[in-house]
Design a protein around this ligand. Sequence first.
Ligand code: PGA
Length: 256
Amino acid sequence: MMRKPFVCGNWKLNHNLAETRSILGEMKNSLAGVQQVEYAIAPVATVLAAACEQVKGSALHIAAQNVFYEKKGAFTGEWSVAHLTELGCDYAIVGHSERRALFNESDEIVARKVKACMEGDLIPIACFGENLQQRESDLVKSVVTAQVKSILGVVDSEAAERLILAYEPIWAIGTGKTATAEQAQEVHMLVRALITDQFGQSVAEKIRIIYGGSVNADNAATLMAQKDIDGLLVGGASLSTASFCSIVKSASVLRA
Ligand code: PGA
């Protein structure tokens, strides 16, 4: 079974409407014809409708940076899975460490969001990863296992292969400190084993596990050369057309 690599640019709180339209237009053109890789950009929520319009008919997809788990009701400031799919969004980042830390998203909330996406035709890019203190205290395995099990616990085995998991060691995000390819591979291999325990080998071979944390045009290929790294979640280096497109191109290799 071959896994198609997936690269997602996470723009966080950057780029206004005009910038979004113009950069997405450039990316769409620059990536036309690039095969064997799926790619998406996650812009600010207020420009999602325009972003979806801008990329229509191209291979560039749009992801949301967040989504709420309820379908409707008294939840001021939130939006549902259906609000995103009606715009044309295909993915949502769920449980990014900034949301866990700054907006108090617990494993339980993250799991509910993953479940809502799976039920509603939106592909969740479910994030997990340890902080520096946990790494230094040798807690990577236990922290990652708890976070991943909580996500897998709400996923139906038939739909499981749609899930995308994103390992983002918090100490590597926005710091310029990338995990070495070997450090990342070690965790990805652990996660693939957790998926195998829960769903069996054939599902585990289909689920994409992507890496994020100071990915750039220079380190993307080395990370992608690892057996269990199936794509990249890119923050800072996704803000400009040249570096994002270069990263997508270096990820365009099928995973055995
Ligand atoms: P970074 O961010 O690439 O700027 O480190 C990654 C992320 O937060 O998804």
